[in-house]
Design a protein around this ligand. Structure first.
Ligand SMILES: [Mg+2]
Length: 265
């Protein structure tokens, strides 16, 4: 899809009230359900937010999934004790609602050669961090923004040798991942399966990696929500992570108040 990004920060309407339909919810994690931290390991989802996700999942017969660049294993740690359907590593891992995990793999020799090449390249850039995810690599430079150009060049030159891999840019990170998997394809896969199928998709995300998801959701006449400023395909917008929390809290209150009438979303 080649639609041009438009900065809609100042003209997006508020998210419509979710009533009169059955919805499926998809959430990015970092920068959406969790504040971004200098160290990816320091990130957390507050307990009250996890509670609200649980309520929302129950009200939608389980049609709530996390869609993230993180591996599914990390998503489970962040959402514990919840264990939600999840797409990790931008869709290269996908655990469906039945608990089956599907995973794209890289040939071992390719993964090994790439790791060596990236380790060597990043060793001369103090403050950068290489995260190996099995089938993907994240080159973080949040702690060393001066190396942005060099990190991108390293990632581009690494990807150039492998036609099955592609570069995905994010906030202070360049990721090398298998081609053909993105947040849009992950949402499409979920929407073809129970309990998501037949529902209206709602996707909330904050980064460039979420744009493919917004486009897919728009095409399904769903509700796409960008968190923060900047150009986006999303039709609606929330200012920051705390606004996502408030929106979830309001949804949860609506469900609790109307619970006696067996309201579902
Ligand atoms: Mg994010």
């Amino acid at each position: 899809m080649t639609t041009e990004l438009k900065d809609t920060t100042t003209e997006t309407p508020p998210i419509p009230a979710l009533s009169g339909g059955k919805y499926a919810f998809f959430f990015d994690v970092d920068g959406t359900l969790a504040e971004i931290c200098a160290e990816p390991d320091d990130v957390s989802i507050p307990a009250s937010v996890r509670d609200n996700l649980k309520t929302l999942a129950a009200a939608t017969s389980g049609a709530l999934a996390l869609i993230s660049g993180r591996p599914v294993e990390q998503l489970d740690q962040l959402s514990a004790p919840l264990r939600l359907p999840a797409a990790g590593v931008h869709g290269a891992e996908l655990r469906d609602a039945a608990g089956n995990l599907h995973r794209v793999t890289l040939p071992e020799d390719v993964a090994h050669a790439l790791q060596k090449q990236l380790e060597k390249g990043m060793a001369v850039m103090p403050g950068t961090l290489l995260e190996a995810k099995g089938m993907a690599f994240a080159l973080h430079y949040r702690q060393a923004p001066a190396f942005q150009q060099q990190v991108l060049q390293l990632a581009e030159s690494a990807v150039a040798a492998y036609p099955d891999l592609m570069l995905q840019r994010g906030k202070c990170v360049a990721e090398i991942k298998p081609r053909g998997n993105d947040k849009g394809s992950a949402i499409t896969t979920f929407m073809q399966q129970a309990p998501f199928a037949g529902r209206i998709p709602v996707f909330v995300g904050d980064d460039l990696t979420d744009e493919k998801g917004f486009q897919v959701v728009n095409a399904m006449k769903g509700i796409s929500v960008k968190v923060g400023e900047g150009s986006s395909h999303a039709r609606y917008r929330l200012g920051r992570v705390s606004d996502v929390y408030q929106w979830l809290e309001a949804l949860q209150r609506h469900l609790t108040i109307t619970n006696n009438k067996e309201t579902t979303l």
